[in-house]
Write a protein that binds this ligand. Structure first.
Ligand code: ADP
Ligand code: MG
Length: 253
């Protein structure tokens, strides 16, 4: 089976930085996984996913997507097959919800009927009534609704890989739990590969089929949630779990 994503000895150093943002990273992500990238601020999580869609290029090493070295692929072409969701949603404020969702399908020259059907299907997928939401502008949506639109916009042309960078970071706890449930349902229904960045241990353990803990640009552990809880591989992992209330026996009261 060709991995969805593979990092071979990848190092990324930003100009002027004393230490690399990512340091000799080796790992593979199998198709269909939902990998949560977990760590504290500045650890290299965003850099990791931006190397997948070539918003950054490595200094040394190779990143492969579906078996292809991304440095050999046109970045625009590459990104068409990779959905990208960020906390600030990146919705176009002057476009309606349906126009936002239709962006990539339009570039791909889908016909009107197919686009309209896809927009409605996606709105229903995140429990937003199409007749109510289709023609609204982003400013007429709550934070949680905006995040749902950002998510389905990235899904519109059914990319093989979805990258999500702390998408629910600015959302209240109750809405966030609902969005997490929706994301899980969408992931399971899609069979696609998701890479989800978070600094929240609970979120990573709830969502991830695997959790990738990074700190100071190094992989600390890459394991299932169960394995991570039972056998934290490094002092950083143990401390991260403990400070957010987790022990090998399970969650503290
Ligand atoms: N464009 C950039 N230019 C210079 N340094 C950067 C840039 N992006 C990230 N960094 C640095 O790389 C390190 C990792 O950052 P980042 O991947 O954004 O961490 P995280 O997403 O885990 O908070 C940090 O030290 C950060 O300051
Ligand atoms: Mg980040």
């Amino acid at each position: 089976m060709t991995p969805a994503v593979e990092f071979i000895d990848v190092t990324k150093r930003f100009p002027g930085a004393t230490s690399p943002a990512l340091d000799h990273v080796n790992l593979t992500i199998d198709p269909g996984e939902l990998v949560c990238v977990l760590g504290t601020s500045g650890g290299g999580k965003t850099t990791f996913i931006k190397l997948i869609n070539r918003l950054h290029d490595p200094d040394t090493g190779t990143v492969l997507v579906n078996g292809q070295d991304v440095s050999q692929v046109d970045p625009v072409e590459l990104r068409r097959g990779i959905g990208y969701v960020i906390q600030q949603t990146g919705l176009f404020p002057h476009m309606t919800v349906s126009e936002n969702i239709a962006c990539v399908p339009k570039i791909l020259k889908w016909d009107r009927g197919r686009i309209d059907a896809r927009v409605d299907e996606l709105l229903e997928l995140v429990h937003l009534d199409p007749s109510d939401f289709r023609d609204r502008y982003p400013s007429q949506l709550s934070g949680g609704q905006q995040q749902r639109i950002g998510l389905v916009r990235a899904l519109a042309a059914s990319p093989e890989i979805m990258l999500l960078d702390e998408p629910f970071g600015a959302i209240d706890a109750i809405t966030r739990a609902k969005l997490q449930d929706e994301l899980l349902r969408i992931h399971r229904g899609s069979g696609k590969t998701f890479v989800f960045v978070t600094h929240d241990v609970t979120e990573a353990l709830k969502l991830g089929t695997k959790v990738l803990v990074v700190d100071a640009g190094r992989v600390q552990q890459y394991a299932t949630p169960e394995e991570l809880l039972a056998h934290p591989a490094t002092p950083f992992v143990r401390e991260l779990l403990e400070t957010q209330g987790y022990t090998p026996e399970g969650r503290r009261a």
